[in-house]
Design a protein around this ligand. Structure first.
Ligand code: SAM
Ligand code: SF4
Length: 453
């Protein structure tokens, strides 16, 4: 078998970034080499997103751009591959393999065959378990890593294409998850984010999400454990109680609200009201007083009126979000919402997004400024350049960004700091007295670059 040089690039969510690592491992396990530049590659793999039309257009643009590497075999995988299938051969003629979200294990054989005879392949079958056929752990490193715990989603939020492209919810076995996290930790990782479209749906026999988190904390030396994403309808006090009890289970929750009006929430099929969402936040804060909350919000859902949008602004003022990812509604063919005309004009959506971002920024500044002067701990995970000065970057348990002067510190260290200044939503910290908890291991290569969509 010819040893190939594989280059991969990932668009979209954290799950895609994780699965790109899995794909790299599948190839590395067969003796192929992973390279960081497309110019050097025999095979270019692009992992794509379909959540919004914009994400697809960017991926197609990038694929056309990568097509100039005429010698390389181009593979498209991920959500857009699942959605468009063989149509991708017409859109980007250089593409040789299209692999949907459930077929990554087939890629090494298909690439080898196509490299041999130039054949084209399309794989759109969905796997029926949560496993991947490879664990990315051994080929990785890095202070912070993702670990998938569930695949798929069955919530069918009316705007969302994910359940159609990623299939029903499948949980990975707790055994495999613990093994992967232990291996990550042995390779120098200190911070793990457990991933799923709704991690609260996790089940392995009688073990639920909280049980899994407890098991990971008990059986591994992971220093910080996080999760992403949880559905507001499903998350309950038991998760917050574990957070309050276990310092290593970080006090941050990403809890997408999507909208502030009950009528729009019902039309989105979200399964909660505005008041129920706010009540969840009250519960979270009563159990974990310092918890940071981040969210996702969509503007311009079909039929959303100015008054209903004003209720979203109002909710943002009340909810005290640390940050919000905000999106203009993008109709996705096949979803329930796409049957209702996309009647909020492009200009109106843009105007609402602008207004929403202004309120998000205002609230964010208020919430973060209230932290100034506080003492906390940061986990260092990279460097940042400010003019000629090199500063180290770290995160608090709440996932807040802090910069500190380098002075003898290194990636993976956990450092006590006092938050001194806030510039562009990033803190500048001063290293405080107290023990620096050194990682003592090399942190390995940085994770692959991810393009946000
Ligand atoms: N499973 C996660 C959840 O429920 O929050 C994330 C799913 S999705 C990949 C991430 C975000 O994209 C969603 O929370 C939603 O705000 C946004 N999104 C999904 N479909 C969208 C659409 N059709 N138009 C605009 N934004 C969308
Ligand atoms: Fe999409 Fe809703 Fe599932 Fe999230 S919970 S992936 S928004 S259907």
């Amino acid at each position: 078998m010819k040893r190939l040089k594989i280059y991969r690039e990932s668009f979209g969510c954290q799950m895609n970034a994780y699965e790109s690592d899995v794909i790299a491992s599948l190839f590395a396990d067969r003796g192929h080499a992973i390279v960081e530049e497309p110019e050097r590659a025999d095979c270019i793999i692009v992992n794509t997103c379909s959540v919004r039309d914009h994400a697809e257009r960017r991926a197609i643009g990038r694929l056309l751009d990568l097509s100039r590497h005429r010698e390389a075999l181009i593979v498209v995988c991920g959500c857009m591959a699942q959605r468009l299938g063989a149509a991708l051969f017409d859109l980007v003629p250089a593409v040789r393999i299209v692999a949907g979200t459930g077929s990554y294990a087939l890629l090494p054989d298909a690439v080898a065959a196509s490299a041999e005879d130039g054949g084209r392949f399309v794989f759109l079958e969905m796997d029926d378990d949560g496993e991947y056929g490879a664990s990315p752990a051994d080929s990785r490193g890095g202070v912070s890593r993702y670990v998938s715990i569930t695949k798929g989603c069955e919530n069918y939020c009316s705007y969302c294409i994910v359940p159609y492209l990623r299939g029903k919810t499948r949980s990975r076995s707790a055994e495999a998850i613990v093994r992967e996290i232990s291996s990550d930790v042995a390779h120098g990782t200190r911070d793990i984010t457990m991933l799923g479209q709704n991690v609260i749906a996790y089940r392995d026999g009688a073990l639920d999400f909280r049980g899994l988190a407890e098991r990971v904390l008990a059986e591994t030396d992971v220093r910080r454990l996080r999760f992403l994403t949880s559905h507001p309808r499903d998350v309950d006090a038991s998760v917050f109680e574990l957070m309050a009890r276990e310092k290593r289970f970080c006090s941050h929750i990403h809890l997408p609200v999507q909208a502030g009006s009950d009528r729009i929430l019902a039309a989105m099929n979200r399964g909660y009201t505005r008041e129920a969402y706010l009540e969840r936040l009250r519960t979270a804060r009563s159990i974990v007083p310092g918890i940071a909350v981040t969210t996702d919000i969509i503007v311009g859902f079909p039929t959303e009126t100015d008054e209903e949008f004003a209720q979203t602004l109002d909710l943002v003022r009340e909810a005290r979000f640390d940050a919000a990812f905000t999106f203009q509604y993008s109709p996705r063919a096949g979803t329930a919402a796409s049957e209702t005309p996309d009647d909020v004009s492009a200009a109106k959506k843009k105007e609402r997004l602008y207004a929403l971002n202004a309120v998000v920024r205002e609230e964010r500044g208020r919430i973060l400024s209230a932290q100034l002067g506080n003492r906390t701990e940061i986990l260092l995970d990279g460097a940042s350049h400010k003019g000629e000065y090199r500063l180290l970057k770290g995160r608090t348990p709440e996932f807040r960004n802090v910069l500190v002067p380098p002075g003898g510190l290194k990636d993976g260290d956990i450092v006590p700091v006092v938050l001194k200044r806030l510039v562009n939503f990033t803190f500048e910290g001063e290293v405080a007295a107290g023990g620096i908890e050194s990682n003592g291991r090399s942190s390995g290569p940085a994770p692959i670059p991810r393009r946000r969509t």
